[in-house]
Design a protein around this ligand. Structure first.
Ligand code: GLV
Ligand code: MG
Length: 302
């Protein structure tokens, strides 16, 4: 599984940002052809993105490109130009505004054809699906199961808020008037359940107030607490914060490794399924919880 604690958005129309992004410590970098690129700049952006993938140094990072959504006239050519031009330098495509499983199936078929035509390994290019409308959320279970290429489901808060007419213009923060609870809890949990059912990663979307780092951290901690694997970042200053928030703390990681060692000893040497570790009773379920934390901690190099 690729690490995706921080997924950096880089507009494909901006060669300076495409260059600068190569030096930043994000787990994933996605070169955008969609909403951060003006309609008049879409064609040039495709060329910039192919060039950046071909010539840039992206080592150590997951390389993704977000194509335009299927209601536009750009999607098919985005996919063809990017994958024919730089398919061997690309890990995933991000499909935005996914409404139903058929849209993912369309992308899967097109990728299969291009891979055959240009001699890329079959099924090598992964897909990430953005869930950012009422319809996409209602169909999220089928979307999650639509292709073996799928690696993540991503929440798109801005488009989602527009889709359901949420009464606010500030992405990520609680809408005024919603005084108790978390207005995003249902959608985050819904996406998380669909993702985990199909062994996909669940990724939280962007926080647009890029100067408000405390606000970013607060929103990120909420989805990290539920189990989300990472979050989109729009600015270099958000990267470190995301990398830290979506990694376990050192204490939790050490504790998880301790549980795994103690439980291994209990079951194999003592032949017992439930034992005390300090004041804590641990059993097989504790081992499973510890495995999740340990795996994330190891991936983060703790
Ligand atoms: C991201 O694409 C969003 O709409 O929030
Ligand atoms: Mg969006």
């Amino acid at each position: 599984m690729r690490s995706r604690r921080s997924c950096l958005a880089v507009p494909g129309s901006n060669p300076r940002f495409l260059e600068k992004a190569q030096a930043l410590p994000a787990d994933e970098v996605f070169l955008d052809l969609e909403d951060s690129v003006a309609p008049q700049a879409k064609e040039q952006a495709r060329k910039n993105v192919v060039d950046a993938l071909r010539t840039g140094d992206w080592s150590g990072r997951t390389r993704a490109v977000r194509v335009n959504d299927l209601s536009t006239m750009w999607t098919y050519r985005d996919v063809i130009e990017v994958v024919e031009g730089a398919g061997d330098a690309l890990d995933c495509l991000i499909l935005p505004k996914v409404e139903d499983a058929g849209q993912v199936a369309w992308l899967d078929t097109l990728l299969t054809q291009i891979e055959k035509a240009v001699g890329l390994p079959a099924g090598g290019i992964g897909v990430e699906a953005q869930i950012e409308s009422a319809r996409g959320l209602v169909n999220v279970d089928a979307i999650a199961a639509a292709s073996p290429r799928l690696e993540t489901l991503i929440f798109g808060p801005a488009d989602f808020m527009a889709s359901v007419n949420m009464r606010t213009l500030v992405v990520g923060q609680q809408p005024p008037g919603y005084t108790e609870g978390d207005a995003y809890h249902y959608v985050l949990m819904r996406i998380l359940m669909a993702a985990r059912t199909c062994d996909l990663q669940a990724i939280d979307g962007p926080y647009l107030q890029i100067r408000d780092l405390d606000g970013f951290a607060k929103v990120a901690r909420r989805s990290a607490a539920l189990g989300f694997d990472g979050k989109w970042v729009l600015h270099p200053t958000q990267i470190e914060s995301a990398n830290e928030i979506y990694s376990p703390t050192q204490d939790d990681y050490d504790h998880a490794e301790l549980i795994l060692d103690a439980y291994e000893h209990a079951t194999t040497v003592d032949r017992r399924g439930a034992v005390m570790l300090g004041d804590e009773m641990i059993d097989e379920a504790s081992r499973k919880m510890a495995l999740v934390v340990a795996a994330k901690g190891r991936a983060a190099g703790l």
